[in-house]
Design a binder for this molecule. Structure first.
Ligand SMILES: Nc1ncnc2c1ncn2[C@@H]1O[C@H](COP(=O)(O)OP(=O)(O)OP(=O)(O)O)[C@@H](O)[C@H]1O
Ligand SMILES: [Mg+2]
Length: 415
């Protein structure tokens, strides 16, 4: 049975999942971006602290502060450091071999003049990432020089990459969240289906009991009426005007009798004679019971589709399904009957191009006495459901996806 899960619930669940996803993604992005900012800020403040220490040492000790400055620069976070004059000449370098050489690059004088502090990420010649910090050093005599500190960013980068790994955790959480949403829908729709089936079965059992009692009583009474009418009919001469009335009574009782028989068939406790049945001959025999029809019947059967079923009951189910399809199309149309195997079932599909099923009637189709026909009992599909399920199978009727007519699917356990 197809369950139309309330659209409002699906929409609410979808909106909830979407909002949660956006909230989680936004919070994570914010968190990672603040970790990145903090990493840069921590590099900036380390560089500033070292620069100030160097400036203070230079101010207090003047040119003889070489040893103290080297001590300050011995911190492991410093990749290298240098002091250059406004012409770019290196006055001090943590690699003593480079003292006296010139800094490539312009604007050194300008940087010193403006005293602007600047920091940026760079790549060392070894390919290792680092953070370059330029600072204007002011001496006591008013002269100024450029202090360039190049800091190792590995510790800061490790913190940032740890934070970025959060994306992985977030991804897994989101997959779980959406999977849980899907699972919830699946469990809920299964629960609703079982509830509906249970209430239908209870309803059927109740109707069955009532019908059995009623039908039994009616059959007895009708039996007497029919017997007495036949007796009077035999005694009545062919030219007697009462003969016509008696014929009408007889045809009426026959109609009631057939209806009662159907009711009894529907309400009785079924016993099944299950055997392996090849679908092809059963379908052919059912088609031979049909009254002449002007439409076209196409039968497509995979070879070797056999099911475990009670032959007589299966024939009734197929006959009702085919008759319903033909009645839905009227005098003309195309009826497609196919049978195929899938993993678990042997399936018969009866497809028509008739008027289809109204959405509001979908849930009533298998309810006893639901009919849209003047001469129908509305027991065909409910009987079919009862016996198909009794044989361990499933039956479903819905509008065709191509928008024309209806499709009846009967699934039975494979032989
Ligand atoms: N192929 C179909 N296309 C459109 N509507 C259908 C189709 N099959 C069944 N129905 C609808 O389902 C209702 C119930 O079908 P069901 O076979 O139970 O009873 P019925 O055909 O009306 O009467 P009965 O089978 O007792 O003669 C039909 O009256 C019809 O409205
Ligand atoms: Mg029918």
């Amino acid at each position: 049975m197809k369950i139309n899960f309330p659209t409002a619930i699906i929409t609410a669940l979808f909106v909830f999942l979407l909002l949660s996803t956006i909230a989680i993604l936004y919070t994570t992005a914010q968190h990672i971006s603040s970790v990145e900012t903090l990493a840069v800020q921590s590099l900036d403040s380390t560089a500033l602290a070292i620069s100030s220490a160097v400036e203070n040492t230079l101010r207090s000790k003047g040119n003889g502060a070489d040893r103290e400055i080297r001590e300050i620069f011995s911190d492991r976070i410093i990749a290298y450091a240098l002091i250059a004059d406004k012409d770019g000449k290196i006055l001090f370098h943590t690699n003593p071999g480079l003292i006296g050489t010139s800094l490539s690059g312009i604007l050194i004088g300008k940087r010193i003049e403006t005293g602007k502090v600047s920091g940026r990420r760079i790549l060392l010649q070894t390919g290792v990432p680092a953070y370059e910090f330029n600072f204007a050093l002011h001496r006591q005599d008013g002269s100024a020089e450029l202090l360039r500190l190049v800091l190792n960013t590995t510790p800061a980068d490790q913190i940032v990459s740890k934070a970025r790994r959060m994306w992985l955790t977030v991804g897994v959480i989101l997959i779980f969240l959406w999977a849980a949403g899907g699972l919830f829908l699946w469990i809920a729709s299964r629960y609703i289906r079982l509830q509906r089936e249970l209430s239908q079965r209870t309803q059927m059992a109740l109707i069955g009991q009532m019908t059995a009692v009623l039908a039994h009583e009616i059959r007895n009474a009708i039996g007497s009426i029919k017997g007495y009418t036949q007796w009077v009919d035999e005694k009545t001469g062919a030219d007697d005007p009462t003969k016509k009335g008696l014929a009408m009574v007889l045809s009426g009782t026959e109609r009631i009798e057939s209806l009662v028989n159907e009711l009894l068939l529907f309400s009785r406790e079924e016993t099944y004679i299950i055997e392996n049945i090849a679908l092809s001959p059963v379908i052919t025999s059912v088609l031979s019971f049909l009254p002449p029809w002007e439409g076209k019947i196409n039968v497509s059967i995979e070879t070797e589709v056999s099911v475990k079923a009670d032959k007589e009951k299966l024939q009734r189910v197929l006959l009702n399904g085919i008759q319903n399809a033909i009645q839905a199309m009227g005098h003309n149309g195309v009826l497609l009957i196919s049978a195929r195997n899938d993993k678990r079932w042997g399936k018969v599909v009866i497809k028509d191009i008739g008027h289809g099923i109204q959405k509001s009637a979908q849930h009533l189709l298998f309810t006893p006495f639901y009919t849209t026909k003047t001469s129908g009992t509305g027991l065909g599909l409910s009987y079919s459901k009862k016996v198909v399920e009794g044989m361990g199978g499933r039956i479903d009727l819905y509008n065709s996806e191509d928008g024309s007519g209806a499709v009846l699917v009967i699934c039975l356990p494979k032989a």
